[in-house]
Design a protein around this ligand. Structure first.
Ligand SMILES: [Fe+2]
Length: 271
């Protein structure tokens, strides 16, 4: 299979299209290895024109690691709970704030995998920012400062749609470095989740929030962002270890936007 695989960059900073693979079929070990390496290098991988059942999709996502449970369990498929549904008609709002997923976990997901099932006729893109490039662009002094800081992470307090059982299971505070080293690529990236971080080490919650908002404002510039405009049948793989992402809510809400989501296990973030 690996001989037919082609990888074409989509943007100068991050993102690549992978062609020559049908994800409904089993993926052999050399191809898994090549895809894992491509993800570490390009940080976002796009596979077009995939036709997948939920079971096939879960198997395809497993190429990037063992699937892990998602904490908004009410949005998981009842008969296949490792697949979550992103659908803005069942009370979910588009996640329009820049973030990386599930930082409330000791070992947050290495990757988030999304599959475009129903796509609105316009808008509703997903943007991915290279926090590796963001780190490299910071002045030396600020890089050193960030390397000395950590965040305390938990489930968001203000969300009324969090089930009590999920809060019990996934709400335990966990500390992560604000700069982490990618376990495959070896490079560093800025790492935090502005609403899951209750505070930055040594700062009160208000100062922490202001500092993180200021960092996002300064770091995330168009040249480090790949904006994925969805087509039905796309699979988008996002490397959470060195990116942040956001949804765009700029579409007609009378149209449906349905993505299936799988997250896969990662390492414990370390500087
Ligand atoms: Fe997300």
């Amino acid at each position: 299979m690996i001989g037919t695989l082609s990888i074409t960059p989509l943007h100068p900073s991050l993102g690549a299209e992978v062609a020559g693979i049908d994800l409904s079929q089993p993926v052999d070990a050399p191809t898994r290895e090549a895809l894992g390496r491509a993800l570490a290098d390009h940080l976002a991988l796009v596979f077009h024109d995939q036709t997948l059942t939920p079971v096939q999709y879960l198997a395809a996502a497993s190429v990037f690691g063992p699937p892990m449970e998602q904490h908004y369990s009410q949005h998981n498929m009842p008969d296949l709970p490792l697949v979550g549904l992103i659908w803005h008609r069942n009370g979910q709002q588009p996640a329009e704030q820049w973030h990386t997923d599930h930082t409330n976990r000791e070992r947050p997901p290495a990757a988030t995998i999304l599959y475009g099932v129903e796509i609105p006729s316009a808008g509703g893109a997903t943007s991915v920012a290279s926090m590796r490039a963001a780190y490299q662009a910071l002045p030396d002094e600020e890089r050193r400062r960030l390397e000395s800081l950590t965040t305390a992470n938990s489930l968001e307090e203000g969300r009324a749609d969090t089930r009590e059982a999920d809060r019990d299971k996934y709400g335990t505070p966990i500390e992560h470095p604000m700069v982490r080293t990618h376990p495959v690529h070896g490079s560093r990236a800025v790492y935090f989740h502005i609403t899951k971080a209750t505070h930055v080490s040594g700062m009160n919650p208000q100062a922490s929030r202001a500092y993180m908002a200021d960092l996002l404002e300064r770091m995330i510039r168009p040249e480090i962002v790949y904006r994925h405009v969805w087509r039905k049948g796309d699979v988008l793989v996002i490397d959470n270890r060195a990116t942040m992402h956001r949804a765009h809510g700029d579409y007609d809400r009378s149209e449906s936007r349905v993505l299936w989501r799988v997250i896969v296990e990662g390492d414990r973030p370390r500087l």
